[in-house]
Write a protein that binds this ligand. Sequence first.
Ligand code: ADP
Ligand code: MG
Length: 614
Amino acid sequence: MSTPASSRVATSPGSAGAGLLRVLPWLLLGLLLLVPATLSPFYVTLLNYIGLYAMVALGLVLLTGVGGLTSFGQGAFVGLGAYTTAVLSTSETLPGWMAWAGGSPWLALVIGLVLTAVIAVVLGSLTLKLSGHYLPLGTIAWGISLYFLFGTMEVLGGHTGLTGIPPISLFGWELNEGGEIFYLIWAFLLVAILTTSNLLDSREGRAIRALKGGRVMAESMGVDTSRSRMIIFVIAALHAAASGWLYAHMQRFVNPTPFGLHIGIEFLFMAVVGGAGHVWGAVIGAAVITILKQWLQDLLPALFGASGNFEVIVFGVMMVIILQRAPNGLWPILTHWWPDANAKRKVDAGAAPLPRREMPKAGEVLLSAIDVTRKFGGLVANNKMNLSVAAGEILALIGPNGAGKSTMFNQVSGVDTPTSGEVLFRGQDVAGKTSREVARMGMSRTFQHVRLLADMSVLENVAIGTHMRGSKSVLPAAWRLDRAEEARLLAEAARQIERVGLAEHMFDAAGSLALGQQRILEIARALCSDPCLLLLDEPAAGLRYREKQILGDLLKKLRGEGMAILLVEHDMDFVMGLVDRVVVMEFGEKIAEGLPEEVQKNPAVLEAYLGGVA
Ligand code: ADP
Ligand code: MG
């Protein structure tokens, strides 16, 4: 019998470390409360800056470290938050229609965040489509533009800036001193860290974590990855704007200098140094860079006997060394002895099962390709191909290399559109549908080259497959209002993991599994989307004999449960004795179709397979 998921929790190793991990935030909180009373104003100010920078870096952890999108332009969003509140809280001469917005820093915060979100959505829809180096270049462009806007607009005070910004009041308590606004800054930061790590540990969070290196896979599991990119872009901008708001009320004046491109680069540097994939890395990075900068600014000019921004050079050298020696930043180095967070995850086996789609009756034809032709220029990769798959049946599409199998697979899975002919799935046309829509229709696939997120656990990887069956998004996830749904999604993932026989690896990193197990993981992930047709592209490629047997047994079991399976396979031996029917392709055409044993004796098939070898 397989191990029930929940019983693994208590026995996980390193529970002393886990205990420390639990009390650490409280310890930290206690120390923070004591700071203003015990440290000198110099250190309080330093910690204020660290808190403000860490908030921006936290946004970059999400955007760059987790999501893989590089932005040099966060300084501009900080400026946006700072200038919004500076203008609204200082100007007694707001035009009549805006008078309602003046005077209150808190109202200015709300307005600043809304404004930032709107601008981020506009900038995001312009720049997020850019690929490769164009995205960072795009962020540099708007970083510079907003910076110059701050410096040239007269209502923003030009290069001299705006003064006389009032302190923030909190229930009548005016936060005048550094030691007072300290509490607000760190409260903001801790809430931001808490909500961000909550978000990452959720349905939406898994979609976000799949962005770096798993977009195609995530789309085929029903994730709208463009939306996920926009979400993290806006969240990162909001963190920056909130930091700017706090900054403006701490300094009590603003000018454009601290919102330029150079600071945008420094924010990115903080995120990278701290550990771009970890929320606490933002704090470590902000602390290390801020303290180091302070120290170098004193030390280096004395050392060189001349004044100048020598620290910039040292930072550059440091960046190169860190990227080479510790590409994941300092946080993983500090915490490598802590237990993996996955080990303490609970799966509530009793969570209510998710609703399922109505399954077709055995024998009902689900997929039919009719005269499908696909040309690439002059090359006819598929020529008038016909095939159909019924519920409770395994159909194999086989043929020598280059026969056109993968092309056909792409036509039926909606990845590509036939030049002519049509593909129907349960009566609906597949052509022109996105991977997401196809997944919704009940077709789910695995990949010829496994696509999984190596650092994430088997459970989390498989849970990505449940994405379409949940609906809780950013806000519920950030505030932990998604837990009931999340429990159901994880329970479903655990159920599918047990169904395919990977229960003992539930909490292992997916990358640590053998190839055969990774293939099976992909099947579990596909099953999580509640499909009635599974499409498998060369599932046996690269597997050892025993692994092939295990895979074959699993596919037979799924067929027995009424699943329709179409598999593309190069390996003739794997197919024989497993599948119900075979379609053989060569040079883009169907050369034979029938029962495995018939096809095996077919002279044309023997010629195609053996002829290629001879
Ligand atoms: P198989 O999966 O059976 O090995 P493929 O479907 O990958 O075969 O390829 C069939 C033929 O179509 C090959 O000659 C291949 O070079 C060609 N082909 C596949 N995809 C493309 C493409 N996107 N552009 C041009 N030619 C392609
Ligand atoms: Mg192929």
